[in-house]
Design a protein around this ligand. Sequence first.
Ligand code: NDP
Length: 253
Amino acid sequence: MDAFRLDGRTALVTGANRGLGRAFAAALAEAGADVVLVGRDPERNREAADEIAAATGRRTTPVAGDVTDAPDVRRIVDEAAAAHGRLDVLVNNAGICYHRPALEVPDDEFLDVFDVNVTGLWRMSRAVAPYLIEAGGGAIVNVGSISAMIVNRPQWQPAYNASKAAVHQLTRSLAAEWAPHGIRVNAIAPGYVKTEMAPVDEPRFRDRWILDAPMQRYATPEEIAPSVVYLASDAASFTTGAVLVTDGGYTLF
Ligand code: NDP
């Protein structure tokens, strides 16, 4: 199992103060990594970082910042690298979603979604890549979605779906381009997971979100996290440009 260990490595996780990102940060720390937790809310970042450090004994650093702000992205990454001396893993997890029919989506909202989900991921990846190269190689794990592959029902979320398709294809593009630098770039595509973003318990979503899926349930963030550890670790040393679907079979139908 040594190939799954991340001892001596530093991972930076965006959107790490709650939901999936927090579970990813905790799992990476459990696997031995020191972790930098990024999000806009400093208090929530601090609380998550303290809890993970107490539970795992790993070093955690909260860094408050906004992935949609170009100078902020450079500051976040430089601060993280200065605090830990190296960066080995980047998990691009920060994301937002709005439910609204296409004809009612204001331009600003469409652009906001792309700003966080795609441009934020792009900027973070380019800011972190030089540090990965300096460390002799590294791994980027992007958080895509089944929404890149299917159109969710009953709610409409056109910007989100398109943004996640962009995440999957950007994953492949960067994987091809950065393989010579020893950087692997992969994505996960989760199905419905219980977080603040996804109101999986609301009865109006039950038929389509839950009963339509072969496993007929949603996931917890902790069930998705081991896939991120796998892709971040040497266990996935020959895997790049892949999209690992973790959806309880949702996309089979
Ligand atoms: P949450 O809304 O629970 O958490 C989102 C996280 O992103 C928060 O930590 C938030 O922190 C951070 N964030 C949002 N905007 C920014 C920003 N501009 N800069 C920095 N951080 C930001 O979402 P989930 O945990 O559900 O989702 C995490 C990822 O997983 C997203 O990419 C989402 O698309 C994806 N996903 C989720 C699924 C689900 O069913 N939940 C299914 C498939 C994919 P703060 O507000 O402090 O900035």
